[in-house]
Design a binder for this molecule. Structure first.
Ligand code: HEM
Length: 389
C-alpha cells in the first residue's frame, strides 16, 4: 500500500517485538498494520438486541459524557440526533472515521471501542411524552451519606465511551460531542480507568484505588439469571437496561492510616487476594454465619460485603465500575456503575442498607449521581432509541 493515501507509515519495532525494515520504513494499510496490533485491532460488534458496553468485558478506559438537551429540541430533532450519533458510533467502533471526520486516522485502531447511549427522564419525555418514562427513571432517593454536587449529577443524554486505547477514545468522544452540538451542550464528563489491556491476565477482577479486588460477586453473561437481572423486558425498553452512575470519592489519605487487618475487616475480604475472610480463594462463597473463637462473625456484620449482600442469594445488579483520579490529586475514587433491569429493585435496596451501616462509609463519599435508561440495541440500518418513536 502506498504511504499517504490512508496508509500508515510504520518504522522500527512491530507490536510483537520484531524489527521491521532495518532502518527503512514500510508503508502498511490500516488492515495490515492491525495484524500486528492485537489490542488495537479488536472490535466489538455494534448491532444486536442489546447495546454493547454493558455485558462487554470492561475495557481499560471509559468516559461518561452527560449532555443536556437545548430547550428547543423536540421529537424530530432528537430523532435526527440519535440517527447521526448512531451512524458515528457504527463507523467508529468498527475502526472507520465518522462522516466528515477531520481526523479519520485516529479511528483506525478501534481497540474494542464501544459507545453506549443512555437517556435521562427529560430526554424520554421530550422524545415520546410522559407516559414513556419508566417509573424508576428519576433521581435516586436521598441517602444520608450523600454529598452530591450538581456538576457530577443528572443529565439528559449519556454517551458512555469505552475503549482499550485513550487516543481512540478521545477521538470518538470528540466526534460524538461535535455532532451533538446542534441540539445539546455538555453537562459533565467523567473519565475512569482500569489496568491496561495486557497488563494482567484477561478476566482478572479489577482493583480499586483502595487496593481491593472489586467486582468478584457479579452476574456473568452466561449465568442463567443474567438476563432477568440486567435486561428489561417491557415496551420500548425491552432488551435495554438501566445505569446508576455514582461518583464516589475515596479518601486515600485516611485509608493510608488503616492497617491491613482493619482494612480486611472493613471489607470482609482480604485485600491480598480478594478471598472472603471465611475462604481461601477469591471465588469461594462467603460464609456470613461462621463465628470466630470470640463468638463474633468472622466476616463482621458492619463490613461492606456483609451489608451489601444483606442475605441476597444472587447479585441484584451488574457492577462495572472504573477508578478515577483528578490531576489535582485531591479527588480520587470510583465511578461506580451499576446496570440492572430496575434500579428500584437492583441498586436502591442495597444502597439503603449501606446507607444505614457500612464501615467503609468512613472513607467513601458519594458526590455525584445519575440514572439513565439504556435503550436496547438496534440492527443494521436502524438507530439506537428507535423503539421510542
Ligand atoms: C462488594 C468495594 C460501593 C455494592 C464489594 C467488594 C469491594 C467493594 C472491594 C468485594 C468484592 C466484590 O464482590 O466486588 C466498594 C467500594 C465502594 C463500593 C470501594 C465505594 C467507593 C458500593 C455501592 C454499592 C455496592 C455504592 C451498591 C449500592 C456491592 C455489592 C457487593 C460489593 C452488591 C457484593 C456483595 C456480596 O458479596 O454479595 N464492594 N464498593 N458497593 N459491593 Fe461495593
Amino acid at each position: 500500500a502506498a504511504a499517504g493515501a490512508g496508509g500508515l507509515l510504520l518504522t522500527g519495532c512491530t507490536g510483537d517485538g520484531r524489527t521491521r525494515g532495518t532502518g527503512a520504513s514500510a508503508a502498511l494499510s490500516p488492515a495490515e498494520a492491525l495484524r500486528d496490533a492485537p489490542v488495537g485491532g479488536d472490535t466489538v460488534p455494534f448491532h444486536g438486541a442489546h447495546q454493547a458496553g454493558v455485558s462487554t468485558e470492561p475495557q481499560a478506559f471509559a468516559s461518561f459524557l452527560a449532555l443536556d438537551l437545548d430547550p428547543e429540541a423536540g421529537t424530530e430533532e432528537i430523532r435526527r440526533l440519535l440517527w447521526v450519533l448512531t451512524d458515528d458510533a457504527v463507523r467508529l467502533t468498527q475502526g472507520r472515521g465518522a462522516l466528515a471526520d477531520t481526523e479519520p486516522e485516529l479511528a483506525v485502531s478501534p481497540a474494542r471501542l464501544t459507545v453506549t447511549f443512555g437517556f435521562g427522564p427529560e430526554f424520554v419525555r421530550r422524545a415520546a411524552g410522559e407516559t414513556a418514562v419508566p417509573a424508576w427513571l428519576k433521581p435516586l432517593p436521598e441517602f444520608g451519606i450523600d454529598r452530591l454536587e450538581e456538576r457530577w449529577s443528572g443529565g439528559d443524554l449519556l454517551l458512555q465511551v469505552g475503549c482499550d486505547d485513550q487516543v481512540t477514545l478521545a477521538h470518538a468522544a470528540r466526534v460524538l460531542l461535535k455532532n451533538s452540538r446542534a441540539w445539546t451542550s455538555l453537562r459533565w464528563r467523567q473519565s475512569g480507568f482500569r489496568r491496561s489491556r495486557g497488563a494482567e491476565k484477561p478476566g482478572t477482577t479489577m482493583r480499586n484505588l483502595f487496593g481491593q479486588v472489586d467486582g468478584t460477586v457479579n452476574p456473568r453473561p452466561d449465568d442463567e439469571d443474567f438476563a432477568s437481572t440486567v435486561w428489561a423486558e417491557d415496551g420500548w425498553m425491552a432488551g435495554g437496561t438501566s445505569l446508576v452512575l455514582r461518583r464516589i470519592r475515596m479518601d486515600l489519605d485516611e485509608w493510608d492510616r488503616v492497617d491491613r487487618s482493619a482494612r480486611d475487616s472493613a471489607l470482609g475480604r482480604r485485600q491480598s487476594d480478594g478471598a472472603p475472610l471465611t475462604g481461601e480463594d477469591e471465588f469461594d462463597p462467603p460464609d456470613f454465619q461462621a463465628e470466630g473463637s470470640n463468638g463474633f462473625p468472622v466476616i463482621p456484620e458492619f463490613s461492606h460485603v456483609a451489608r451489601a449482600n444483606g442475605g441476597d442469594a444472587r447479585p441484584t445488579m451488574l457492577r462495572r465500575s472504573y477508578n478515577y483520579e483528578e490531576d489535582s490529586g485531591d479527588d480520587a475514587g470510583l465511578l461506580f456503575a451499576a446496570y440492572q433491569r430496575d434500579p428500584d429493585t437492583g441498586f436502591v435496596p442495597v444502597q439503603r442498607r449501606l446507607d444505614e451501616l457500612d464501615i467503609l462509609n468512613q472513607w467513601t463519599t458519594p458526590v455525584g449521581s445519575a440514572v439513565f435508561a439504556i435503550p436496547p440495541g438496534c440492527e443494521e440500518g436502524g438507530f439506537v432509541g428507535e423503539t421510542l418513536f
